[in-house]
Design a protein around this ligand. Structure first.
Ligand code: SF4
Length: 489
């Protein structure tokens, strides 16, 4: 099977051994200086995409657009830029590149002047039939400006024969498959929608008399907005002068939100499905301690993402939690580019062993996931060099055996360690004394859900099971190859 992400380069030279969430979105309506509030929200969602950021605002007459490569701070902590983004409604987007090459033309929100006015869209997720639709739209005369799958939505809206703009948006979204949590800005107001399976999160909040939609609750917190509720899978909200209108125009499906949001993607201080992400991660650690106990002197997280699970493991196992690895927060991607000859030192720049603490000690090392395994090898080597007498790796997710096609940047399947080795071989490859992953049912228990063995799965867990909950049209039809050709342009 050709892999959709095969043409993508790692966005960060030290982070190509992680699944990376692709995007964060935010939309605000009915708030003075809406773009400033969107910029604050994008700051809080920076972990969901660090390659580029953009904001589109609407002042009642005109749309204003600013999109740039780089972090939110660099793009929007500039009074000159913010003064141009006037109006009481705005949408914003943080991005990693997965579909579409890493270029300014792909930075979202995408904006187009359609026959009946401006239309901007910011999308979190990945459309699994984007290339098939693109091929058909191009055949009918559409001219694409970007290589992003999201642009398909704009062309579908533009070419829909439905009478109203809202109907045209609904018509377009009925055509697309896969994952889409999105916000659209139109002259009539804000449209927010979540695909029927609810792969990616989307929450609704209120800010004074205005309304906010965002990928995670942390974006509401930072601007002082009040959490109202989640946008339900399959729900579409029209937020305008008349308030909020909720529609359910899409076929009813059993929701399958991404389980990896709980393991790694979402910020630990966010709330999703009524659950604290931080508490879920602690419960994952506790489950792991019960499933794979080990005699050790201390529990050490791979910071920062392994920390909550390590706390849960330590508490359940009665083993002291210690910061045996210290992370530098000041290693930026601009410091070393992938081609630099000291790139191999990347792990040491980012993580350093707390030598005085761990020398002679038996460690339980907790990481959120093992993807390629290359970072694990380097970290374990670093701990042994620093004098650890034993290193036992416990992983807070099941073995990652499949790629994601729903908006997460993943290596090709052939590069996934667990797709190529059994646990014993992975243990030897990484160089640990013992290795264990949480079971898929243990992960569901941490979410307070019945496991796969007792009930149909309540989440997407395809990267652990291969059970993809939608069609993968571009993969099935070979049109995913088209992406690689386009991305190379
Ligand atoms: Fe999440 Fe994995 Fe499903 Fe992708 S395949 S949506 S990362 S659970």
């Amino acid at each position: 099977m050709p892999d959709l992400k095969a043409g993508c380069l790692p966005a960060h030279p030290f982070d190509d051994d992680r699944f990376r969430e692709e995007c964060g979105v935010i939309g605000i309506h009915g708030v003075d200086q809406a773009a400033a509030a969107v910029a604050l929200g994008l700051h809080a969602l920076q972990h969901r995409g660090q390659e580029a950021a953009g904001i589109v605002s609407f002042d009642g007459a005109e749309f204003h657009v600013h999109r740039a490569m780089g972090h939110v701070a660099g793009n929007f902590d500039n009074a000159g830029v913010m003064e141009t983004l006037t109006g009481r409604s705005a949408i914003g987007h943080n991005r990693y590149a997965t579909t579409g090459a890493s270029a300014l033309r792909n930075v979202q929100p995408l904006f187009a002047e359609l026959a009946d006015g401006g239309f901007a869209v910011a999308h979190n997720g990945n459309l699994t039939n984007a290339m098939a639709l693109r091929r058909e739209l191009t055949r009918r005369g559409s001219i694409f400006q970007s290589t992003s799958d999201t642009e398909v939505i704009i062309h579908l809206v533009a070419t829909s024969s439905q009478p109203s703009r809202l109907d045209r948006v609904i018509d377009a979204l009925k055509e697309v498959e896969g994952a889409w949590s999105l916000v659209c800005l139109t002259p009539e107001g804000l449209i927010a929608a979540r695909d029927p399976l609810g792969f990616r999160p989307l929450v609704l909040g209120s800010l004074g008399a205005g309304h906010v939609v965002a990928s995670e609750t942390v974006a509401l917190d930072v601007m002082g907005a009040r959490f109202v509720r989640e946008v339900a899978p399959g729900e579409l909200l029209l937020i305008g002068a008349a308030g909020i209108r909720s529609l359910s125009p899409f076929p009813n499906r059993r929701p399958r939100p991404c389980i990896f949001e709980f393991v790694y993607f979402s910020r630990p201080d966010s709330i999703a499905d009524g659950l604290s992400i931080y508490e879920v991660r602690k419960r994952i650690g506790a489950e792991l301690a019960r499933e794979a106990p080990v005699a050790a002197d201390m529990v050490v997280p791979v910071p920062d993402s392994g920390t909550p699970a390590a706390i849960g493991f330590a508490q359940a196992a009665g083993i002291p939690f210690e910061l045996g690895i210290i992370r530098s927060h000041y290693v930026g991607r601009t410091f070393i580019q992938p081609g630099d000859n000291i790139r191999h030192l990347g792990v040491k720049l980012k993580h350093n062993a707390n030598r005085a603490l761990i020398a002679g000690k038996r460690l339980v090392l907790i990481d959120d996931s093992v993807v390629r395994g290359t970072t694990s090898v380097k970290i374990v080597h670093m701990l042994r060099e620093a004098g650890a007498s034993q290193v036992h790796l416990r992983v807070a997710s099941p073995p990652t055996t499949h790629s994601c096609f729903y908006g997460v940047d993943t290596p090709v399947r052939s590069k996934l360690l667990a797709a190529n080795m059994d646990e014993a071989h992975m243990r030897d490859f990484i160089g640990v004394d013992s290795l264990a992953f949480i079971s898929i049912d243990g992960l569901y228990r941490a979410l307070e859900e019945p496991g796969r063995a007792t009930r149909c799965p309540t989440h997407c867990d395809a990267c652990f099971t291969g059970d993809y909950p939608t069609r993968l049209t571009d993969q099935e039809h070979g049109t995913a190859d088209l992406y690689n050709l386009i991305a190379a342009q």
